[in-house]
Design a protein around this ligand. Structure first.
Ligand code: SAH
Length: 257
């Protein structure tokens, strides 16, 4: 890459690459230079260098609690300076196709409801419903996704926007329509739904660390979601992760420059 690499987070700290499922990250560990595995809190944390950048790779498991615990561990025990999530999601916006990539602009918990004490979706004590991703890291991730897709998956597109998270696999045409409409009524136009991203966003916001997330669309959150999800995750998700990281990491310096 011709331009200078960009430093994220405190100098010298590794970049966390986080997924919910082993299949979303398969192949990345094999490419780690100087790989070392530390088991902690029932998870494997892989330390090493990927494309020259110090990284910690790990799989959170499914859901917001698992994701929050893993993100907090990455920060407090492994001292990461920024977090990038790579995984899959169901489409909420009908314009999205399976295989497209969404780079999150921000996140909201669609199953958070403390009404009537607070407006639906609002995070009590944060005074807002949506948590932003890091602008610069997200821009690099979107560019890396565009470059990776243009090369290897030409029919797929990269979208930027709101991603929503909740502890539920959304898998019904009526359910996803109702979710889309409920969010729209509250002023939120969501592109995709998954089960971890908003939790990681909250942990990173609390610690003041940059966070960016890409989700490839595995399904339409409809009646065919379970089948579509399973085939996409086993066949495509890790290839996306490898291709995008190969473009992203050379533009991200994990060491002081
Ligand atoms: N069959 C899996 C469970 C998958 S849960 C197993 O047994 O391990 C779905 C995972 O993919 C979650 O991590 C979530 O973030 C994402 N996801 C993909 N499509 C989704 C959808 N339609 N609704 C919610 N999450 C979805």
């Amino acid at each position: 890459m011709s331009e200078r690499a960009i430093q994220f987070g405190p100098a010298g700290r590794p970049l966390a690459i986080l997924s919910a499922l082993v299949d979303e990250q398969r192949g990345l560990i094999d490419r780690l230079d100087g790989a070392r595995c530390i088991d902690h809190a029932g998870r494997h944390f892989w330390l090493g260098h990927l494309h020259g950048v110090p990284v910690v790779l790990t799989v959170s498991r499914i859901g917001k609690v698992s994701a929050a615990l893993t993100a907090a561990t990455l920060i407090e025990r492994f001292g990461v300076g920024a977090v990038v999530f790579t995984g899959v999601a169901g489409a909420i916006d009908p314009m999205l196709q399976r295989g497209d990539v969404v780079v999150a602009h921000d996140f909201l918990q669609h199953d958070l409801d403390v009404s009537p004490l607070f407006p639906r979706y609002e995070l009590p004590s944060y005074g807002r419903s949506r948590l932003d991703c890091d602008v610069q890291l997200s821009a690099l991730l979107a560019r890396a996704a565009e470059q990776a897709l243009a090369r290897d998956f030409a029919s797929a597109r990269v979208h930027r926007g709101l991603v929503v998270s909740g502890d539920r696999f959304v898998s019904g045409a009526q359910e996803v329509r109702e979710l889309r409409e409920r969010l729209q009524q509250a002023g939120h136009r969501a592109l995709a739904v998954e089960m971890e991203g908003a939790a990681v966003a909250q942990v990173c916001a609390d610690h003041g660390l940059p966070y960016a997330a890409m989700r490839s669309i595995s399904d339409r959150a409809d009646d065919a979601a379970a089948q579509d999800f399973a085939s996409f995750v086993s066949q495509v998700a890790s290839r996306y992760a490898q291709a995008v990281m190969a473009h992203l990491l050379p533009s991200v310096a994990g060491r002081p420059s």
